[in-house]
Design a protein around this ligand. Structure first.
Ligand code: MN
Length: 499
C-alpha cells in the first residue's frame, strides 16, 4: 500500500573541532557503521541516511535547513558521540521542522576494563555529550523521542523502527488532501471541528464537494469497467446467490461496483488520501457506499462516516504507520455493549463501512436494507475480526486544542454467529476493565468514532501526539479514574496558560 522504504531518516552525529582529526575520523567511521547496521535491521522500515559529523553552528544550521526541505526526509536522528557544545545547536533546532529522535547510545557496548585509557574516554563521551544536547532541546521546549541503549540492542532497533513509522504517518499528513462529500451529519457535535486550525497544526486540508460532483463521475463509469469489478467481487468474496450474475439483485451489485469505481476515480483525480460521506446527503446516489468504502479503506484510503474528517485523517495516518505490519488500521465505532458481569465487552461496527483490512478469513458479500437514509439496499462485506491486543484512538477538538485519546483493548474472537446482523464487527474488552475504560473514555470526551488498530502500540500513538503537538490521554492497564480526572484538569490549565 504505502512503501516506507522510499522514506529517509537522517542520522546526524554531533561533535566539535576540539578533538583533532584522528578522533573525528573515528567518530565518522563509527557513525557510518551504526547507520549501515540500522539500514540492515528488519525492525526499521525506512532508509537511514548517514550524514557527515557536524562540528559548528554553521554546519548544524545548514544540515537542518537541508533536512527541512528534503522531500524524502521524514525525521532526524541525532547522536552526540563526543561532547558537542549545545549553544551550537540553537540556530539549527530553532528552524527544525522534522521530527527529532535523540539516540542516546555509545559505540562500544561494554567498558573495556583492561585497556580503557584517556583516549578512549575522549572518544566515547555520549554519556555526558548527550546530556548537554538534551538540556538544550528541553530548554527550547521541543518535543522529541529519546531512545536509550546500545545501538545493536533489539529493543533500541524496535523503538527507532516504531518512531520512524510514526514519522512516516506524520509526514503523510503534510500537504495531504481529504475530501468531504456533503457536510457533517446534522446536529452531531464530536465530528465537527476547526478545519483551519487542523490545517495549521497538522498540515492536511479538508474541503467539501457536493455529492452531485461525485455522482457525475460515478455516472461516467463504463459498463466494461463494472463487468470487470463484479467479476473481481465474485472471485474474492463469498457473494450471495441473489447478487451473482443472473441473480435477482445482480443490478445492485453492479450499482455498488459503479459507486466504488466512481469514488476511486474521484480520489485519484484529486490526489486525495481519504474521504467522508454522510447518509443524510446522497442526492443522485442509488446506495450509500458500503462495499466501496470498505474496499477503498482496504487499499489505504482514510475514511469515516457522517462527515467525520478528523477520524478519516487519523485512520489514514495510522494506515501509513502500520504499513507492512500484520493486521489492520480501520474506521470503527463503539456500537453496543455486552454487560454480562462475568464477561463484559464492546461490539464495534458501523452501519456498513468496516474496513476490509480487518477481515479474518474470506468475507461474505451481502445485500440488506439500511434502516436509515432512505436509499436502495446497499451491498456490503460481512466478516468477523480476529482476537488479540488492539487499541482505539480518537481525535477531538476541545476548542483551544485537539486531544488524542487512546484506549488499549483486548479483542475477543467471536463465539456467536450473529446470523441476523449483516455487518462486519469486532468484539473487545477495554483496559483497565469495562467500567473504568468506558468511564475514562467518556470523561476524556472521546468520540464514538475511532481508528482501531491491530498493529500499533500506545507508545506509537504517544510519539504521534508529540510530533503533532496533540494533547495525549492514554487509558490503559494503569488507569485510575481519580488520577485521570486530575490529569484532565491539569492539562486544561496547561493549555490555558500556554494560550
Ligand atoms: Mn458513525
Amino acid at each position: 500500500m504505502i512503501d516506507l522504504k522510499k522514506l529517509e531518516v537522517w542520522f546526524i552525529t554531533g561533535s566539535q573541532d576540539l578533538y583533532g582529526e584522528e578522533t573525528l575520523k573515528q567518530v565518522a567511521e563509527h557513525s557510518q557503521q551504526i547507520a549501515r547496521s540500522f539500514n540492515g535491521a528488519s525492525q526499521i522500515p525506512v532508509q537511514v541516511i548517514f550524514k557527515p559529523t557536524v562540528k559548528s553552528s554553521e554546519e548544524i544550521y545548514h544540515i537542518i535547513q537541508e533536512a527541512n526541505t528534503a522531500k524524502s526526509c521524514i525525521g532526524i536522528i541525532a547522536w552526540m558521540h563526543t561532547f558537542s557544545p549545545a549553544k551550537m545547536w540553537i540556530g539549527g533546532l530553532k528552524i527544525m521542522q522534522k521530527p527529532l529522535l535523540h539516540l542516546h547510545t555509545q559505540f562500544n557496548r561494554d567498558i573495556p576494563w583492561d585497556s580503557i585509557d584517556m583516549d578512549f574516554m575522549n572518544l566515547n563521551q555520549s554519556a555526558h555529550g548527550d546530556r548537554e544536547f538534551g538540556f538544550m532541546v528541553s530548554r527550547m521546549r521541543l518535543n522529541r523521542k529519546v531512545v536509550v541503549g546500545h545501538w545493536q540492542d533489539p529493543e533500541v532497533l524496535e523503538q527507532i523502527g516504531g518512531w520512524s513509522r510514526v514519522a512516516a504517518g506524520w509526514n503523510d499528513w503534510q500537504g495531504a488532501k481529504f475530501v468531504r462529500f456533503g457536510d457533517n451529519m446534522r446536529y452531531v457535535a464530536v465530528t465537527e471541528g476547526d478545519k483551519v486550525e487542523a490545517e495549521l497544526k497538522f498540515g492536511y486540508a479538508v474541503n467539501t464537494y457536493g455529492v452531485g460532483d461525485l455522482v457525475k463521475v460515478i455516472n461516467a463509469i463504463s459498463d466494461a469497467e463494472i463487468d470487470k469489478l463484479t467479476v473481481e467481487y465474485e472471485e474474492k468474496y463469498a457473494v450471495v446467490a441473489s447478487l451473482r450474475k443472473g441473480g435477482a439483485q445482480y443490478g445492485s451489485l453492479r450499482e455498488a461496483a459503479k459507486i466504488e469505481l466512481g469514488l476511486q476515480a474521484f480520489l485519484q483525480d484529486g490526489n486525495y488520501k481519504g474521504f467522508t460521506d454522510t447518509f443524510e446527503d446522497l442526492h443522485g446516489m442509488v446506495q450509500l457506499p458500503g462495499i466501496a468504502a470498505q474496499r477503498l479503506m482496504g487499499k489505504g484510503y482514510g475514511f469515516a462516516g457522517e462527515g467525520d474528517w478528523k477520524t478519516a485523517a487519523l485512520v489514514r495516518a495510522m494506515k501509513v504507520m502500520g504499513s507492512g505490519l500484520k493486521g489492520g488500521n480501520a474506521f470503527m465505532e463503539d456500537y453496543t455493549y455486552h454487560f454480562d458481569p462475568a464477561n463484559p465487552m464492546v461490539l464495534g461496527s458501523h452501519m456498513l463501512e468496516v474496513d476490509e483490512s480487518l477481515a479474518d478469513g474470506k468475507a461474505k458479500c451481502e445485500i440488506h436494507p439500511l434502516g436509515i437514509g432512505g436509499k436502495a439496499d446497499p451491498v456490503r462485506l460481512v466478516f468477523n475480526v480476529a482476537g488479540g491486543p488492539a487499541l482505539n484512538a480518537s481525535v477531538v477538538d476541545m476548542g483551544n486544542r485537539f486531544r488524542l485519546i487512546v484506549n488499549t483493548v483486548e479483542a475477543v474472537t467471536p463465539e456467536h454467529d450473529l446470523p441476523k446482523l449483516p455487518v462486519a464487527r469486532v468484539l473487545w474488552k477495554p483496559y483497565p476493565d469495562m467500567k473504568t475504560g468506558c468511564a475514562a473514555w467518556i470523561l476524556a470526551g472521546g468520540a464514538h468514532h475511532t481508528s482501531y488498530s491491530q498493529n500499533l502500540t500506545a507508545i506509537n500513538m504517544e510519539d504521534f501526539a508529540d510530533m503533532a503537538g496533540l494533547e495525549y490521554v492514554l487509558i490503559d492497564k494503569d488507569t485510575l479514574l481519580r488520577q485521570l480526572k486530575n490529569e484532565l484538569k491539569w492539562s486544561d490549565a496547561y493549555y490555558k496558560m500556554k494560550g
